[in-house]
Design a protein around this ligand. Sequence first.
Ligand SMILES: Cc1cc2nc3c(=O)[nH]c(=O)nc-3n(C[C@H](O)[C@H](O)[C@H](O)COP(=O)(O)OP(=O)(O)OC[C@H]3O[C@@H](n4cnc5c(N)ncnc54)[C@H](O)[C@@H]3O)c2cc1C
Length: 293
Amino acid sequence: MKPAPFAYHRPETLDEALAVLAAHGGEAKPLAGGQSLIPAMNFRLARPAVLVDLNRITELSGIRQGGDGLHIGAMTRQRAVERDPIVARDAPLLAEAMPFIAHPQIRNRGTVGGSLAHADPAAELPAVMLALDAKLQVRGPAPRGVRSIPAGEFYTGLFETALAPGELLVDVTVPRAAPRSGSAFAEVARRHGDYALAGVAVRVTVDDAGRCREARIALLSVGDGPVLARKAAKAITGESPTPEAIREAADVAAAKDIDPPGDIHASPAYRRQLVAVLVRRTLERAFERARNG
Ligand SMILES: Cc1cc2nc3c(=O)[nH]c(=O)nc-3n(C[C@H](O)[C@H](O)[C@H](O)COP(=O)(O)OP(=O)(O)OC[C@H]3O[C@@H](n4cnc5c(N)ncnc54)[C@H](O)[C@@H]3O)c2cc1C
């Protein structure tokens, strides 16, 4: 299929892009890697009258370490994040999750900002950013201007975010991990590169005695957006991460933190079972990594 007709703008700067978006209101859509938007347009599920191509805006790309953590520009390609040594060192959870996103060809074009803004509940990056307690920097017209939105407040529903019309996601900040932190990612998909039936991103911190000081357990593909498993985190916090305590927290995640959908790929009961197993495995790995520094 071919998309419905649209006007095309290719601004060179962020200010120019924001001006074009402001001029066209809800009629305009930003174009990043095009790996989700263009198929949606070809199927006529999306019919933006105006496309604002962000690919020439160099200030939106790049990875750098700042005082408040790791900054990743919205137009940074997923493949660049996957291969970046700073990401591997300072945000190992992100590095571990990247190869699960689609296929290398798609990651060569797909961007971090595009995936986060698209808000697919089965996508890896929203759950990873939720586990890492990342902040999403957004720019738009006055009076809102620049906003910093915690990942936990960014996702508001199925394919819905806190982005207002005319706003652009410009940068993601991953805060520096506390000492004695460990993380892990796991998912189950029918074939490698497919969207996951269920997935888990966790980050834990332990105290001097090895007890769990903090746990952030984020789930994907089991709700309208990424889900923070608060009850499971509460169950493990303050405890020694013994196999029994971990299993109990994983069972809480599956039984009490989610209300998973059923579809042709997996029933709600199967998704719960996957979550119980994946939370257990990721917590085990994350605590081991936290203990080993
Ligand atoms: C075959 C196939 C398999 C895939 N499998 C997976 C998978 O397993 N896991 C996964 O996570 N993804 C998967 N994807 C999606 C892929 O990761 C996309 O790259 C990603 O979802 C969108 O990123 P993009 O840069 O291509 O954004 P685009 O497609 O260009 O845009 C997506 C949406 O975000 C908006 N947008 C883009 N950038 C911004 C911005 N800076 N500010 C505000 N809004 C913005 C656009 O307007 C659009 O609505 C798959 C895609 C394909 C084609």
